[in-house]
Write a protein that binds this ligand. Structure first.
Ligand code: F6P
Length: 546
């Protein structure tokens, strides 16, 4: 049965009608129900989500669940985990989840060859981590490797970077792991300046082994090592993670130093594969296993919990209610946790590269707004950056606050202030400050009536901004794994509801193609298809360069 497109769904029509009424609701009024916090919050393992500050009630949630039932969400979940080729534009399965499942489950989904490949890759990762940590992995001049530089971009970069920053207390001490993604020469110059080529291992992470940024950075890193070690065999300074073995070999990586990637693991979902090798080196293979076990726990919850008790489904449906029905076209990811400062950037790729689309499976334009504009930064920094807009602009910006109950530092009084600010912001966004309160406060400060009337409107905060607060017991490899899987599944559910393909990314192709064409023009080729703006900019650059 071809899934219902959103316009054919009576649930969607009902939700559109309801939205007009709910836009007039005051979220604070929902708290006249003294049990609101208990009824609109949920535990899953070491994660807790409070969604009571969202503009929803039982009626909306039931209607959203009815829509999910109508669309066949349960069947879609089963289909993904079973390895059906749900990425239909690339005829691929979506099985990043199988990488964190026990072997006996892998065997029910994959071929024996694929299971053996996963096992082999894990053994290679474990061996590399062990040899590096024991100082047994030697460079060309016989010195132990001290630094690893992971070169990759997008999904071949973000996951490792985020998790490594998040799990600093779990870092092993012997080898330092660095990340290089951008093609900007400043990025590689900065990294190589702090490294010794004799003791540096270069990890080239690229599913296609064709991404221009990664290839140029890799080539420059190779030239850097060659220039210092001209008379040595430097092949042991390079390891690749790729599904394109042929290109990795032609780059000069020896076959035993190539770890696999599979076409049924999307780039932005690949942390659980050997793409996670730099992370495993940084935190140790055992902790990398813990990360996967946390994700597996969330997988089990996602597959088994009924919709009304299912954390990814609840977050997904409320997110769609905000973006597609209430008209809130952005989503702020606000980790009140310095170690999660890279999480907003990571979720920008997972969310916007998955669901930033406008046509459904049938190729028809989707009649609802789809993925929100995801942004954010660590709290409390955001309070001194964009929270002003969230409190006083004429846009409502839903937010996901993320906070740990326990701090990974000894500065416990700092942590208390951080958590207080997190809770204060979600409360302030919801309650706001009405005109009467602004006037009363100004009067109480002894301000003259004339000035009270003049200044008060500038102090009004409309409030009624919805938020989730995700509370983590404490940030460990396991809870981080659950958190990342939570968002993976939330985004998957939203793609199912919008009836779009969350697993291709054709939108990145044109930029890449034009990048190659403009590079050629900069090299002297003619190209009269470019706008006069772009041609003028190229001329400006070439003039300066000459
Ligand atoms: O951003 C486009 C993209 O294809 C991502 O999906 C992917 O994670 C990234 O580029 C890097 O691709 P590769 O791992 O093939 O170098």
């Amino acid at each position: 049965m071809s899934p219902l497109s959103v316009v054919q769904s009576e649930q969607v029509l009902a939700l559109q009608a309801m939205a007009k009424q709910y836009q007039q609701n005051s979220i604070s009024d929902y708290f006249n129900n003294k049990d609101r916090f208990e009824q609109f919050s949920l535990n899953c393992g070491n994660l807790f989500v409070d969604y009571s500050k969202q503009n929803v009630d039982e009626v909306v949630l039931q209607r959203l669940n009815a829509w999910a039932e109508e669309i066949g969400l349960k069947r879609a979940i089963t289909s993904m985990f079973a390895g059906d080729k749900i990425n239909h534009t690339e005829a691929r399965a979506v099985l990043h989840t199988v990488l964190r499942a026990p072997k006996e489950i892998q065997a029910t989904i994959l071929t024996p060859t694929e299971c053996a490949e996963i096992d082999q890759a894990n053994k290679q990762m474990q061996s590399l981590c062990s040899r590096l940590h024991k100082g047994e992995y030697l460079g060309a001049t016989g010195k132990a490797i001290t630094d690893v530089i992971a070169i990759g971009i997008g999904g071949s970069y973000y996951g490792g970077k985020v998790a490594q920053e998040a799990l600093k207390p779990f870092h092993q001490r012997t080898v330092k792991v660095h990340y290089l993604a951008n093609i900007d020469g400043g990025a590689i110059a900065e990294k190589l300046a702090m490294l010794n080529p004799e003791t540096t291992l270069v990890l080239i992470i690229s599913k296609t082994f064709s991404t221009q940024e990664t290839l140029l950075n890799a080539q420059s890193a190779k030239s850097w090592i060659e220039s210092y070690l001209p008379n040595y065999d430097i092949t042991n300074h390079f390891v690749a993670v790729s599904s394109n073995v042929e290109k990795a070999l032609s780059f000069g990586i020896k076959s035993e130093n190539i770890l696999p990637m599979w076409d049924w693991v999307g780039g932005r979902f690949s942390l659980w594969s050997a793409v996670g090798l730099p992370l495993a080196i940084a935190i140790g293979y055992e902790n990398f296993q813990q990360l996967k076990s946390g994700a597996y726990e969330m997988d089990q919850h996602f597959q088994s919990a009924q919709f009304s008790d299912n954390m990814p489904i609840i977050m997904a449906l409320i997110g769609i209610w905000n973006a597609s029905f209430l008209g809130h076209k952005s989503l702020a990811i606000l980790p009140y946790d310095h170690s999660l400062r890279a999480l907003p950037g990571y979720l920008q790729q997972v969310d916007m590269e998955s669901n930033g689309k406008r046509v459904d499976h049938a190729g028809d334009e989707i009649a609802l707004a789809t993925a929100p504009i995801v942004f954010g930064q660590e709290g409390t920094n955001g309070q001194h950056a964009f929270m002003q807009l969230m409190h006083q602009s004429n846009d409502i910006v839903p937010a996901d606050f993320i906070v740990s109950l326990t701090s990974n530092s000894d500065y416990h009084h700092h942590h208390t202030m951080l958590v207080a600010n997190c809770f204060a912001q979600s409360e302030a966004l919801m309650v706001g400050k009405p005109l009467a309160q602004a006037k009363q406060e100004l009067t109480a400060q002894g301000i003259e009536n004339e000035d009270v009337e003049r200044i008060a409107p500038h102090k009004v905060m409309p409030g009624n901004s919805p938020s989730n607060t995700l509370v983590i017991e404490s940030l460990t490899p396991k809870t981080l794994g659950s958190l990342l899987a939570l968002y993976e599944h939330k985004i998957f559910v939203q793609g199912i509801m919008w009836q779009l393909n969350s697993f291709d990314q054709w939108g990145v192709e044109l930029g890449k193609e034009l990048g190659t064409s403009i590079l050629a023009v900069m090299g002297g080729e003619d190209n009269d298809s470019l706008s006069s703006s772009t041609q003028g900019l190229i001329d400006k650059y070439l003039m300066k360069r000459s």
